[in-house]
Design a protein around this ligand. Sequence first.
Ligand code: PEP
Ligand code: MN
Length: 285
Amino acid sequence: MSKLADAKREPFATHPTIGRCDAEATRVVHVGDVAFGGSEFVVIAGPCAVESREQIEDIARSMAKHHAKVLRGGAFKPRTNPHTFRGLGFEGVELLRRASVKSGLPFVTEVLSPADVGELGPRVDAFQVGARNMQNFALLDELGRQSKPVLLKRGFGATLSEWLHAAEYVAQGGNTEIILCERGIRSFGGETRFVLDLAGALWAKQHCVLPVVIDPSHATGDPALVAPLTRAAAAAGLDGVMVEVHPDPSVALSDGGQALMVDEFATLMSSLRLVCEAVERPLAS
Ligand code: PEP
Ligand code: MN
């Protein structure tokens, strides 16, 4: 085999479970009945954290109305400062479940500890692994034994290979239902919260069979940048996006500064639909 052919196969050799072999298609991963990596571009939306029954039911209703397909909301929050709101825990998961049933949207929520995985498994539609836990190998191993899908965020200090290796941890345990999420990496400068590595997200999509989405909310920390980056992701051929939306960002208990308001989200969806049509990858509806 030529050196070039070897190099082309290398990702497959390094990541035997998720590596892409030549022209292999992206694997379709389902969250509830929503398909990622198929013919449609998918939007996950909701608040950073579940704060109350009213808040999550209100936003879930709005997200369904404006054609988000999956609800997000954190109940176990990995906060940089432990003196800030750290989530409602299992009570928050129950609130998400109710909001999910009422709105008809399946939901994804973060799991912080391997000890919680078993209890959360039957309750959630998908597990989220946050950036700070991307290399929590005990957590990844535990998720590998589950049947629910895993949205695996890239650590903000992780290389692309480290990200794919983390996915490989989950996959080698038997759970290959994984969606990768690029949420920005550390660079210099503080004008944006992190730097969205759009090229890295595309590289990941080219080198493995998993669907890849981006999270422009955490990547930028700036609601004004969320819509254009979402449209860029759709135009570039990525599989979806996860955005933070809050009924009233000014009173949000976490990440209010980056959350879209509901009417901003509705505007984003209208412009996104046009881009999706232009690239013949319809917006899931
Ligand atoms: C989140 O999605 O709310 C979150 C904490 O994201 P990240 O792990 O990317 O910081
Ligand atoms: Mn957040």
